[in-house]
Design a binder for this molecule. Structure first.
Ligand code: SF4
Length: 398
C-alpha cells in the first residue's frame, strides 16, 4: 500500500502530530517512494522556515584528552584516532576563530570543549569568551557545549549571554549503554533539563549509524520531541580509524535522507540541523536533504574537515536558499564581497601547500580544502582529520 505522506503533512499543518507508526513508515519507504516523503516533509519545512538555512560554526575550544568512553568519538578515552589534541584556547584565539565563522556567513557560534563536564574555572573561561564575542559581534548567537553541567553552571552561562546549550542524547535510551558506559542517559537528560531551567535554548540531537534499529531511531526522535529541543543536530557516524566503530558502515545516502525526513515529520517546527557526516554520508544528496532540514554547520567539524566553506555557501545559493540573518546580502551582486572571500582563498592556498607536503595520505594528512572531505570513496572513505583552524596555525575553513 502506498503511504499517503501528503495526507500526513496536511494533518500536521493543521496542528496534528506524526505518530510512531508513521515515523517508522518514513524510515522504511522504498527507494522509489523516498522523494514522495521528502516532498511532503518539505511542505512542513517551508511552512516554518521558508527558504532560509541557519548557518552555524563550530569552535573546538579543547580537543581530545577526554576521560569519557563514548565509543563513537575520536576524542574519547582509548581513541587512537590521530586527531589534534590541545587544551583550552585563549580568549583571543577563541574570538579569532569565532570571527572567521561569522565573517563566513554563520549567525551562531557553537563553542565546544571535550570532557565529562566543565569545572567552575572552565565556566569562567567560557563566560569571558562569550562576553568578548558578543561585544565584537552584535546579534551573534552563542551556543555552549561543555558536557554534563553541575548546579548553577547553566545560570552563569545564561547570565554571561550564552543563548543555547547543546547536549545530545545521541541515541535511544534503549541503546545508550551500548555506546558509552562512563555516564548514563539519565545524566544527559539531567543536563538538558538544567540548561532549559536556566533559560538556555535546548539543542539536542542524535547520531545515526551506531547499530541502532529503525525503532530506536524513532524512539530517539520522539524523546527529542518530548524534551522540546529547539534545535536538533542529526549526525551521521564518521567511523574514525582507531575507535571502536572503525569500519562501521550502516548508512546509505538515501537512508540518511529518510532519517532527516522522519525528523521533520516528528518535529515539524524545530531546527533540524544536518551535522557531522553530512558530506561523507549524504554525498550528492546534501542539497536534497536541505529540502527537509533547515540548518548546517559551515566548514569544518570538531576533529574532521568538512567541505570547503565556499562550496557550502554555493550549494545553498544554487538551490535557492538564503542564510537566515543574511537574507539581503545573499545574492549574486554582493555574495563574494560579503562572505569572506579572502579568508577562503588563503585557506585553500594553505591547505594545498600542506597537502603537497603530506606523505601519509588518509590517516594523518596535512589537510585538504577541496570539496571532497574524505579520502577514498563510498565505504572506503575515511574522515579527513582536521589540520586547520582552532589549535593550528592554518587559517580556518570559513
Ligand atoms: S564526553 Fe564528549 S568529548 Fe568526551 S568522549 Fe564523549 S562525546 Fe567525546
Amino acid at each position: 500500500m502506498t503511504i499517503q505522506f501528503d495526507l500526513i503533512a496536511d494533518r500536521i499543518l493543521a496542528g496534528g502530530l506524526a505518530n510512531e507508526t508513521e515515523a517508522l513508515e518514513v524510515l522504511r519507504t522504498s527507494d522509489a517512494e523516498v522523494l514522495g516523503a521528502v516532498s511532503a516533509a518539505a511542505r512542513l519545512r517551508r511552512a516554518h522556515f521558508a527558504n532560509t538555512v541557519k548557518v552555524n560554526y563550530l569552535v573546538n575550544l579543547k580537543s581530545g584528552l577526554c576521560p569519557e568512553n563514548c565509543n563513537y568519538c575520536s576524542q574519547a578515552l582509548g581513541s587512537q584516532a590521530p586527531i589534534l589534541k590541545y587544551s583550552w584556547l585563549s580568549k583571543d584565539e577563541a574570538l579569532r576563530q569565532a570571527g572567521a565563522g561569522l565573517r563566513g556567513g554563520a549567525t551562531r557560534v557553537c563553542m565546544v570543549s571535550s570532557g565529562r563536564g566543565p569545572s567552575d574555572r572552565d565556566i569562567d573561561k567560557v563566560v569571558e569568551m562569550t562576553e568578548a564575542i558578543k561585544q565584537e559581534h552584535a546579534g551573534v548567537e552563542v551556543c555552549a557545549c561543555l558536557g554534563l553541567l553541575k548546579d548553577g553552571q547553566a545560570e552563569r552561562l545564561r547570565t554571561a549571554g550564552v543563548d543555547a546549550y547543546n547536549h545530545n542524547i545521541n541515541t535511544a535510551e534503549s541503546n545508550h549503554d551500548t555506546i558509552v558506559q562512563t555516564h548514563s542517559y539519565a545524566d544527559r537528560i539531567e543536563t538538558i533539563d538544567k540548561a532549559k531551567g536556566a533559560g538556555l535554548s535546548p539543542c539536542s540531537g542524535l547520531i545515526a549509524g551506531l547499530g541502532e534499529s529503525d525503532e530506536q531511531l524513532v524512539e530517539a526522535l520522539f524523546a527529542l520531541r518530548q524534551l522540546d529541543a529547539d534545535s536538533i543536530p542529526v549526525n551521521f557516524l564518521m567511523p574514525f580509524d582507531g575507535t571502536p566503530y572503525e569500519n562501521t558502515w550502516e548508512l546509505s545516502p538515501l537512508h540518511c535522507l529518510r532519517i532527516l525526513t522522519m525528523a521533520r515529520f516528528v518535529c515539524p517546527d524545530k531546527e533540524i540541523r544536518i551535522a557531522a557526516g553530512r558530506e561523507m554520508h549524504l554525498r550528492s544528496l546534501q542539497a536534497t536533504a536541505l529540502q527537509v532540514a533547515n540548518s548546517i554547520f559551515l566548514g569544518d567539524y570538531l576533529t574532521s574537515e568538512g567541505q570547503d566553506a565556499r562550496a557550502d555557501l554555493e550549494m545553498l545559493r544554487d538551490n535557492g536558499f538564503v542564510i537566515l540573518g543574511h537574507e539581503e546580502a545573499f545574492n549574486d551582486a554582493t555574495f563574494d564581497e560579503v562572505f569572506n572571500p579572502s579568508s577562503r582563498a588563503s585557506s585553500a592556498a594553505s591547505a594545498s601547500a600542506s597537502c603537497a607536503s603530506s606523505s601519509n595520505f588518509g590517516t594523518d594528512c596535512g589537510g585538504c580544502a577541496q570539496t571532497d572531505t574524505t579520502h577514498g570513496s563510498g565505504q572506503e572513505a575515511r574522515p579527513a582529520i582536521r589540520r586547520r583552524g582552532a589549535g593550528t596555525q592554518a587559517p580556518a575553513n570559513a
